[in-house]
Design a protein around this ligand. Structure first.
Ligand SMILES: Cc1cc2nc3c(=O)[nH]c(=O)nc-3n(C[C@H](O)[C@H](O)[C@H](O)COP(=O)(O)OP(=O)(O)OC[C@H]3O[C@@H](n4cnc5c(N)ncnc54)[C@H](O)[C@@H]3O)c2cc1C
Length: 565
């Protein structure tokens, strides 16, 4: 073990969506910050080009999490890829910009998270956002995160929107506006035709801060806790060398909803019985660590295109060079597509609140565990918005490099299956509208037949549903005994340790999770800073895009990688 014993004001563990926000905000406020990211830098063309994110999944820039056998999902093992590079999920995701609805956050508040209702979080969403089109009280135009309209609008997506409107779903050009229901093109976290991750936005804004040190290839193996206070971390460099880093003040865990509970458990913070089973000394017995896992699931309804005009086949051969050259020269064309170009929200149960989201892709898409259907076509993925099923994340071994023991509990609640079945039925009706039929031919899955029995659809959903990559909730915020963090994101029973990633969500918001995670991280930075600093943060000198360097102390090594000398 190296005794380098570097000391900073703060250590941020994990350089993903949330980590880059927290590290940048603290550094911009003049603190010395070490951010440790297990994965490599984000300097990859396929990360920057919006359309090529699917090519990053399964590479060294993603973690390949797998569940144990899921009895309610036809006995399958489900694959849950997660970002493993600077920017984390925001560097590998589909870039859909979505906040969820006011009711989601009012539900958080009413479930034991005072201070997290819609009126509390809306100003944070607004401050973080730099929207190129939308303004007004619900949108920000001066934040760090670029939000843009799509530059590429595929005819198959236009047909989906037209078809859904024929069925009476309203058009919606702002899913983060006054009303979520409806169909339209998604706004994306892109800027002038390229991805905007929290690495390319927040971290970049803080690049001149002398107090910011970023290390990639730095796998944190344990949080050090002395006399009830978190004081530092052990981390392992890519070559295997062990290091210790220490912090005078708060450490912030942002390793994501699957790695954050694992790190707590490895550090002796978790369910006492499990820690004892692995011979890990109990630092804080917190039964809730790793519980309450939930995720959004979707299932692909596939249909053939009448013409060979889907996105398939554009990433190989001569055509790929043409698209690549066009993107490099003008940041226009097919490679600016985020692939999940359009979709919408529908209330399929009549509850008055959308319960299904559609992710629509103008291509027959595959995934890590399945080959794509051959040829040209369209994928409509209905997804449930407020899952009932709950799973858990635990340790399989005391070796920090060992995979987690991960039971997603997927589809264990019948209501989740029923919601997906209703979403599938609506997707199939949209496929059969005149607007769609002009461009789309035979349905491939679930069935080319007209009417399909509910029992058949249910069995198909259980056999085919897959993650939307939104794991959350495993270190839930709240005020009850099973809550892991309080409403200022402090780990209960351990001083100087906070969590700021998707694991603190008490329940998933009704939509995609990157923007909500960024909102949580923004708030965490505010909580960490002193009240005076928090006022300064609200004034936000970066709003105008100016770089601010107020840091003191250790040298910045932004995205430098490697171990300290
Ligand atoms: C393929 C994909 C598509 C998605 N599409 C969308 C979308 O279109 N819109 C949307 O809003 N959301 C989308 N999401 C979800 C969204 O990106 C995530 O919810 C969000 O990124 C979660 O942020 P986080 O900070 O909690 O975790 P992450 O961003 O995953 O960050 C965790 C970071 O910690 C690092 N880490 C883990 N363990 C360690 C360790 N031991 N030591 C050091 N570092 C560690 C990881 O490598 C990672 O970089 C998608 C996600 C994926 C994977």
């Amino acid at each position: 073990m190296s005794s380098a014993n570097e000391t900073f004001d703060h250590i941020v563990i994990g350089g993903g969506s949330a980590g880059c926000v927290v590290a940048a905000r603290l550094a911009l406020a003049g603190r010395t910050v070490l951010m440790l990211e297990a994965g490599p830098a984000d300097d990859d063309l396929f990360v920057r080009m919006p359309a090529t994110f699917v090519r990053v999944i399964g590479t060294e820039r993603t973690w390949g999490y797998r569940t144990v056998v899921q009895p309610h999902a036809a006995g399958r093992i489900l694959h849950v890829p997660q970002g493993r590079t600077l920017g984390g999920g925001s560097s590998v995701n589909a870039m859909v910009y979505m906040r969820g609805t006011p009711a989601d956050y009012d539900d958080w508040r009413d479930a034991g998270c005072p201070g997290w209702g819609w009126e509390d979080v809306l100003p944070v969403f607004v401050r973080a956002e730099r929207n190129e089109r939308l303004t007004g009280p619900l949108h920000g135009t001066e934040g760090l995160l670029h939000v843009s309209d799509p530059r590429h609008r595929h005819p198959l997506c236009r047909a989906f929107i037209a078809g859904a409107r024929e069925l009476g779903l309203p058009a919606n050009d702002d899913f983060n506006g006054a009303r979520q229901e409806g169909v339209g093109f998604y706004q994306t976290t892109t800027f002038r035709g390229r991805r905007d991750s929290t690495a390319s936005s927040y971290l970049r804004a803080a690049r001149d801060c002398q107090g910011l040190t970023v290390r990639t290839g730095a796998h944190v193996t344990r949080v050090l806790v002395e006399a009830g206070r978190a004081t530092g971390v052990c981390w392992r460099a890519a070559g295997g060398r062990e290091h210790i880093a220490r912090a005078h003040s708060d450490l912030v865990l942002t390793a994501g909803a699957l790695a954050t509970p694992k790190l707590l458990q490895l550090s002796g913070i978790g369910p006492g019985e499990m820690l004892q089973r692995f011979g890990i000394p109990v630092v804080a017995a917190l039964d809730g660590v790793g519980g309450n896992f939930h995720d959004h699931l979707e299932v692909g309804v596939y249909a053939r295109a009448r013409r060979a005009n889907s996105l398939a086949g554009n990433d190989t051969g001569l055509r790929s060079y043409w698209h690549g050259a066009r993107w490099l020269a003008t940041r226009t064309g097919l490679l600016t597509s985020n692939v999940v170009e359009c979709g919408g929200f529908a209330d399929t149960s009549g509850s008055g609140r959308p319960d299904v989201q559609f992710h629509v892709l103008p291509v027959l898409v595959g995934d890590v565990d399945r080959e794509a259907h051959a040829g040209h076509g369209l994928t409509i993925n209905p997804c449930f918005l407020r899952p009932r099923s709950r799973g858990r994340v635990g340790l399989s071994d005391v070796d920090p490099m060992a995979p987690i023991d991960f039971d997603g509990g997927y589809l264990s609640e019948q209501e989740d299956v029923d919601t997906l079945v209703r979403g599938v039925r609506l997707a199939r009706r949209i496929l059969r509208t005149p607007a769609m039929q002009r461009l789309v031919g035979a349905e491939i899955e679930p069935s080319a037949a007209g009417e399909v029995d509910s029992a058949v659809l249910e069995a198909w959903v259980r056999a085919r549903a897959k993650t939307v990559y939104h794991p959350a909730g495993t270190c839930r915020m709240g005020t009850d005994d099973r809550a892991v963090v309080d409403t200022r994101l402090r780990v209960r029973g351990v001083a100087g340790l906070r969590i700021a990633d998707a694991s603190v969500m008490p329940a998933l918001p009704s939509g995609n999770t990157n923007a909500p995670t960024i909102m949580i991280a923004e708030r965490c930075a505010q909580f960490v800073l002193s009240p005076d600093d928090a006022v300064a943060l609200l004034r936000d000198p970066l709003s105008n895009g100016a770089g601010v360097s107020t840091g003191a102390g250790s040298s910045a090594a932004l995205a430098a990688g490697g171990a300290p000398a």
